[in-house]
Write a protein that binds this ligand. Structure first.
Ligand code: 15L
Length: 261
């Protein structure tokens, strides 16, 4: 069984997908915070993304990396810079120095959050970040391309919508990603034989989507979950009107006006 490193292993997304990934991989878990409830067979390696030597130890000997670590919402520049710019660069550097080629990078829909919901975009649309956080994810995608084409890394950047057991609100009906569909995309990133640097949107089979996910389908993605199954309950609870058009009409929603969260 291959061994993979999951960074940001204490976070909510990692906690949702660890049980599913364990079926196919031996997991090494890293975070700067304690990792909740490691089970037999899971290895925990504490590492701060700011600490390159510690990251090299975390990365050494794995077959692939799922980089979920970093800051996951909008914040001041110092926070974003440390976690998502310097931290992401350190992770890719650690992988390069330790000879680990395969990386799945958790990018975000907020790299393109300022596209209107009336427009369907593909991966060829220029980035349009809605936050410093989204900007840092665009940086991560560009860093992935640098490492792929210059140093031979093999990277899948997943522009994740919103991961959870179900869509939380009207906006999330368009961008929801179930844990098992995320795990399917991660599997493609770790196993597909022809990946140099690819970008896909991380969403389930969502009728209300505003993303063209044909690159994911080309790579073999077949989502199993549909946000529409939850639509009636979600629409009854949320009219989608915040009173601010920047929030209600843009894909990034509340991130489009956020300075801190
Ligand atoms: C993200 O990128 C965040 O990490 C997550 O917390 C959600 O807020 C999500 O985007 C979203 O757009 O709903």
């Amino acid at each position: 069984m291959k061994r993979i490193l999951i960074t940001g292993a204490s976070g909510g997304v990692a906690t949702l997908i660890r049980p599913l990934l364990r079926a196919d991989y031996r997991l090494r878990l890293s975070d700067r915070l304690p990792v909740p409830d490691p089970v037999d067979g899971e290895e925990v390696v504490e590492a701060d993304l700011g600490d390159l030597p510690a990251l090299r130890k975390a990365v050494a000997g794995v077959d692939g990396i799922v980089h979920l670590g970093g800051y996951s919402v909008e914040a001041d520049w110092e926070t974003i810079q440390a976690a998502n710019i310097v931290g992401c660069n350190n992770l890719f550097e650690a992988a390069r120095l330790e000879g680990v080629k395969r990386i799945v990078f958790a990018s975000s829909n907020h790299a393109v959050g300022f596209y209107p919901r009336s427009q369907t975009i593909g991966i060829d649309a220029p980035v349009r970040p809605d936050t410093r956080y989204g900007l840092s994810k665009a940086f991560g995608e560009a860093l992935a391309a640098l490492h792929a084409y210059k140093y031979g890394a093999e990277v899948l950047s997943i522009r994740i919508g919103n991961v959870g057991e179900k869509p939380l609100d009207r906006r999330r009906l368009a961008i929801w990603l179930s844990p098992r569909d995320l795990v399917q995309l991660i599997g493609i990133g770790l196993e597909h034989p022809d990946i140099r640097h690819e970008i896909v949107f991380g969403m389930s089979d969502n009728d209300r989507a505003w993303w063209d996910n044909s690159n994911a389908f080309r790579l073999g993605y077949r989502p199993m979950d549909r946000s529409e199954d939850f639509a009636a309950a979600v629409l009854a609870a949320d009219d989608g009107k915040s009173g601010d058009d920047r929030v209600d009409l843009n894909q990034g929603g509340g991130f489009c006006i956020a300075e801190k969260m």
